[in-house]
Design a protein around this ligand. Structure first.
Ligand SMILES: O=C(O)[C@H](O)[C@@H](O)[C@H](O)[C@H](O)CO
Ligand SMILES: [Zn+2]
Length: 249
C-alpha cells in the first residue's frame, strides 16, 4: 500500500513501467516498487480549492486530464473553475480550455480523428476534431444530451465498434451511444444510483467494469443500496474494449 497526501483521481500506465497519476492538482510519476511519487507539473496553482478528476492517455502516449473545484457535496461546487490539460511525453503541459465545471470522461475514436469529452454539468457528451500529430483539439460540438433519468454523465470509454459507453452518475446505469448518429443504442442498469465510470477489462477486454460512489449518501439510502461504492463486472455484453495506451514519457 502507498499512502499519499492528496486524492489520486486517475492512474495510467507508463511505457517505462510503473504509472503516471493525477494527484491533487499535480501530474506525477508513481513507482510502486520504490513507493515513490515524483511531481512532473503543478497546475491550477491560483486555485487552491481545485483538484484533478478523470484522465486518460491518448493513442500517441500523451496524458489528458482535467480539473474541477472540490465538491461541497456530489455535483455541488463552485462552477467554471476547472480546465482540461495534456501532459506531453517531454513533461510539458498545455491547457486546452478552462471554464470547466466537472472535467470527466474522455476517449478517442478508433481512427484517432475525434476526441470525446464530458464536462458533467453540461449534461452533454461532446466531440472535438483531434490532431494525433500535435495533440490539438478543435471544433467542439455536442453529440448527445442526456435525458432526465440518465442524470449526470461521468466516466466514459469506447468499444471496438467505435461506440461510447458512459456511466451515468445518479442514473444507475451505463449507456451506449453511437457518436455518428447521436443516438443511445443500449442501456445497462446497475443496482446502485451513483455509477461513476466504466472501462473494459478481463479476457480480450470482453468484460466491463463499472465503478460506483457512496460519498454523500445517508444511512437510509445506504441501506437501500448496500452495494454503493462497489465495483461491478458486466459480462456477456458481446462487445469488447481496446487496450489502454501508455504514457510515452
Ligand atoms: O468521479 C468523478 O468524476 C467526481 O470525482 C465525482 O465527484 C462525481 O463523479 C461527480 O459528482 C458526478 O458528476
Ligand atoms: Zn468521474
Amino acid at each position: 500500500m502507498l499512502s499519499l497526501d492528496a486524492p489520486v483521481s486517475s492512474v495510467a500506465l507508463r511505457k517505462s513501467g510503473d504509472y503516471v497519476v493525477t494527484l491533487g492538482t499535480r501530474f506525477a510519476a508513481l513507482k510502486w516498487k520504490d513507493q515513490s511519487v515524483t511531481t512532473f507539473v503543478h497546475v491550477d496553482k491560483d486555485k487552491p480549492n481545485n483538484r484533478f478528476n478523470d484522465g486518460k492517455v491518448d493513442p500517441a502516449g500523451r496524458f489528458f486530464a482535467g480539473t474541477m473545484a472540490e465538491e461541497i457535496r456530489p455535483a455541488v461546487l463552485e462552477r467554471h473553475q476547472g480546465a482540461l490539460y495534456t501532459l506531453f511525453p517531454d513533461h510539458s503541459v498545455v491547457k486546452h480550455f478552462d471554464q470547466v465545471d466537472i472535467s470527466n470522461g474522455l476517449d478517442w475514436s478508433l481512427d484517432h480523428k475525434t476526441f470525446f469529452y464530458i464536462d458533467s454539468l453540461s449534461y452533454s457528451v461532446d466531440a472535438f476534431d483531434y490532431d494525433l500529430q500535435t495533440g490539438k483539439i478543435s471544433n467542439r460540438r455536442s453529440i448527445y444530451k442526456l435525458e432526465k433519468e440518465e442524470s449526470i454523465p461521468d466516466g466514459m470509454c469506447i468499444d471496438t465498434e467505435g461506440k461510447l459507453w458512459v456511466a451515468c452518475y445518479d442514473g444507475g446505469r451505463v449507456i451506449r451511444l453511437d457518436p455518428e448518429t447521436g443516438k443511445r443504442i443500449q442501456t445497462v442498469k446497475l443496482p446502485v444510483d451513483n455509477t461513476t465510470s466504466c472501462c473494459f477489462g478481463g479476457k480480450d477486454y470482453s468484460e466491463m467494469y463499472v465503478t460506483s460512489a457512496c460519498q454523500g449518501m445517508d444511512d437510509e439510502s445506504f441501506s437501500r443500496q448496500p452495494q454503493a461504492g462497489g465495483i461491478f463486472k458486466i459480462t456477456g455484453l458481446g462487445v469488447k474494449g481496446i487496450p489502454p495506451h501508455s504514457f510515452a514519457g
